[in-house]
Design a protein around this ligand. Structure first.
Ligand code: GLA
Length: 393
């Protein structure tokens, strides 16, 4: 989203709030994310390399005198009203991302009172850019500001993740919410999901651009397969644990453990686990390449990550394969891979800046020829995390 579009969108959210409730709201912005490398590693206590992007949710929030939670989604033109003592799941789905965070705040004994919340977003849904995490983080952040709870940033991300795990029902790791809250302009975040320590790595190189190709599909097994992958990793750990109780996650496991205790029992689980261990190493190698300015080596790690996701972790799909293959065949693409949970969504591509237009042309052409569909294209700009907006923003 460019600055003018963002400004006009925050104005329209602000105006909508005023027209509905006749009051002046507090405005927040909460971004979606990309992930350069480190896929399906977060819930295995490993490392990830995400960044917040310029596509975001803009929310307007204000207090009420009762215990009503009044929510309005501008883009869907839908309203959902609940009371704090009866936070039930809504069939509309989008309210659940907000109600889930309210439930988590109540559970942690923050004195939440009634509030009004109006929002609009430009993060494409189902594209793997974490529009749901952006909404969860935006709602938690907004409530924290509104009621001055003083919740630290890490807890905002953890509360948003717990909402997704418990209210929405997807057992995701912390990557998306962490990236949304901790994003910084022009910086990637190397996050260690075992202890949440993190390091910012600048992604500022005029020679390359990050281009996303959106398959425009989201296969229905995405969330069930996601939870299943997580269970398979946990099962792998449990097989090792019988002999080595000190191994509490794949973070503590070695290839030797996998060969000895997992491979003889379950070949599929073995493949899942060895993908994860290899991906841990790729995150380090990719970060070192980036710090050393070696973009070709960085790109190779992206291709290698994709191979593992496709062949061992089995979370790709035909549409993603077409996009990655088209990128692989183009010398102007230094690296490409599927991004996020899988079974649809986007590929992320590291492209030589001077050749971006040509790459977009060829990849979308191949995709159209092979699928009959148009791939949506996004040029990712790495931006700041969840924040208070002024109406001038
Ligand atoms: C989804 C989840 C994240 C992460 C990725 C895969 O985006 O929400 O926690 O597990 O998939 O890396």
């Amino acid at each position: 989203m460019d600055i003018t579009a963002a400004t006009s969108r925050s104005h329209s959210v602000y105006r909508k709030f005023q027209s509905l409730f006749g009051e002046t709201p507090l405005l927040v912005g909460s971004p979606g994310r990309i992930n350069l490398i480190g896929e399906h590693t977060d819930y295995n206590n490993g490392w990830v390399l995400p960044a917040a992007i310029d596509k975001c949710i803009i929310g307007a929030i204000g207090k009420r005198d009762d215990d009503v939670v009044h929510l309005h989604a501008i883009d869907q033109d839908q309203t959902h009203v609940a009371t704090l003592d009866a936070l039930e799941r809504s069939p509309l789905l989008w309210p659940n991302y907000i109600l889930g965070t309210v439930q988590q705040l109540v559970k942690r004994q923050y004195p939440v009172q009634g509030f009004n919340f109006v929002f609009s977003g430009d993060i494409p849904q189902g594209a793997g850019l974490s529009s749901s995490a952006a909404l969860e983080c935006g709602a938690t952040f907004a409530l924290n500001e509104l009621f001055a709870f003083g919740i630290p940033k890490l807890d905002i991300a953890l509360i948003a993740q717990a909402a997704e795990n418990e209210f929405v029902g997807v057992k995701c790791g912390l990557m998306d919410q962490f990236a949304s809250v901790f994003g910084r302009e022009g910086q990637l975040i190397k996050l260690d999901c075992a202890d949440f320590s993190h390091e910012y790595i600048p992604f500022a190189n005029a020679d390359v651009e990050l281009v996303l190709f959106d398959t425009q599909v989201k296969h229905s097994l995405a969330s069930s397969a996601y939870n299943e992958r997580r269970e398979q990793c946990e099962y792998g750990v449990s097989l090792i644990q019988k002999h080595h109780p000190e191994v509490r996650s794949l973070r503590d496991a070695t290839r030797w453990h996998l060969n000895r205790y997992v491979k003889p029992v379950d070949r599929v689980v073995y493949d899942r686990c060895r993908y994860v261990l290899a991906e841990f190493q790729r995150v380090h190698d990719a970060c070192n390449a980036l710090k050393g300015g070696d973009l070709e080596a960085f790109g190779k790690q992206l291709f290698a990550s994709h191979n593992g996701l496709h062949r061992l972790y089995d979370v790709s799909c035909p549409e993603l394969e077409i996009l990655v293959e088209a990128a692989r065949n183009n010398p102007a693409v230094l690296g490409a891979r599927m991004m996020g949970g899988g079974f649809g969504g986007c590929t992320i591509n590291l492209v030589r800046a001077v050749e971006v237009q040509g790459v977009i042309h060829t990849v979308t052409k191949v995709y159209r020829e092979k699928t009959g569909m148009d791939a949506e294209v996004y040029r990712a700009t790495i931006s700041a995390g969840t924040r208070v907006l002024t109406i001038a923003d």
